[in-house]
Design a protein around this ligand. Structure first.
Ligand SMILES: *Cc1c(COP(=O)(O)O)cnc(C)c1O
Length: 366
């Protein structure tokens, strides 16, 4: 550290210069995050100093977290869902596996996930000492449930399905997974970190939530399609009491026990996540999602006209193409199979899609 503090003016011109080096979202087509909704930013600013790690000191903010859980639980068709606001999908997935592990003692526990699962499961399995078994995908990049049978055994503590895969935007056959989970009495965790804020707002929603009797827990991230500030994730569970298995004593806080992973937790991003849901309502969210899906349809059509076919028809707003180039100035990403990947987030407006397509067309000409 400096011996004497830096004058404010100098400090902020330094910070502004560094901030300038960041890319604006305008040309970022590779991210599942987006510019926060203006309502999210406004709400965030009101709650800067709040700490949900000590909720007795911030009962107002804590009640907003309860509302967020209740709103998202209801969206997932279970008004009595338990849950809490996490730092994102990674923490939600880790905590879901912790719950599953506590509930089924096994000598060498394993978790069965699709090959498309997010890398957070690798971290969680490493931390929790779980063997990760990977189920192959079908031709449409969804979990091939035919291959599932041989992979589950009595040491399987959890089965995982994904709603809106990070790379290809696919929804696993959760209905089938729910049957398997019920049949074999296995905890079923649904990773809807991305798709949880998309699928319920589609014209034809694909069933994946607590309406399916085998589903025990769901991850859903407001800081992706929920347009909140970062960090805002949510872990939802069918039975609130499953969190008891994670409770530890917290002697000097206003609550006696906590089941969360983090101690100190931001209230600001949680208030922001709730504010967006309240402000937009179902109708507003449907409009946002419809816009993203419509822009994606245009992107796919435009790319195919240029001779770059889609890798698959996605269930949510993640488009992939057989295309090994990209125009300068744009951030796209590559899947592990080398496909070009574009996430049609709310900041990817129609004019952005048109500008991208036009630049794609020019590389071809050149
Ligand atoms: C983004 C994502 C995650 C990880 O979430 P973070 O918020 O980055 O921790 C996990 N699973 C899926 C399906 C995701 O899309």
């Amino acid at each position: 550290m400096r011996e004497y503090g830096c004058p404010e003016k100098e400090l902020f011109s330094f910070l502004a210069a560094r901030r300038e080096k960041d890319l604006g979202y305008r040309n970022i087509l590779s991210s599942m995050c987006t510019t926060p909704h203006p309502i999210a930013a406004k709400a965030h600013a009101m709650f800067l100093e709040t700490n949900l790690g000590d909720p007795g000191l911030f009962p107002g903010t804590a009640s907003l977290e309860e509302m967020l859980v209740s709103r998202l639980g209801t969206l997932m068709h279970h008004t009595g869902a338990g849950g809490y606001a996490t730092s994102g999908g990674t923490e939600s997935n880790l905590q879901a596996l912790r719950i599953a592990k506590k509930h089924k003692p096994a000598s060498s526990p394993n978790v069965v996930v699709p090959a498309s699962s997010h890398f957070s499961f690798e971290k969680a399995c490493d931390i929790l000492g779980l063997e990760m078994r990977t189920v192959p995908l079908d031709a449409n990049f969804r979990m091939d449930t035919e291959a599932l049978d041989g992979m589950i055994d009595r040491n399987t503590i959890c089965l995982v399905g994904v709603v809106g895969t990070t790379e290809y935007g696919m929804v696993d056959p959760i209905e089938r997974l729910s049957e398997v989970a019920e049949d074999r009495e296995i905890f079923l965790h649904v990773d809807a970190a991305f798709g949880g804020m998309v699928v319920p707002f589609l014209e034809r929603p694909i069933p994946f939530d607590f309406r399916l009797p085998g589903v025990d827990s769901i991850s859903v991230d407001p800081h992706k399609m929920g347009m909140s500030t970062i960090p805002a994730g949510c872990l939802l569970v069918r039975e609130p009491k499953v969190f008891n298995a994670l409770n530890i004593d917290t002697p000097y806080l206003t609550v006696r026990q906590e089941c969360t992973l983090a101690g100190t937790r931001p209230g600001a991003s949680v208030a922001s996540a709730l504010a967006v849901l309240e402000y937009l309502g179902m109708n507003g969210m449907r409009a946002v999602v419809a816009g993203c899906m419509e822009n994606q349809r245009r992107l796919i059509e435009g790319m195919e006209t240029l001779g770059y076919p889609r890798a698959v028809t996605p269930d949510v707003n993640v488009a992939t193409f057989v295309c090994d180039r990209a125009p300068p100035g744009w951030r796209v990403s590559r899947t592990r199979f080398g496909h070009m990947r574009i996430v049609c987030m709310p900041h990817v407006h129609r004019d952005v899609v048109e500008a991208f397509l036009s630049d794609m067309g020019e590389i071809d000409a050149g």
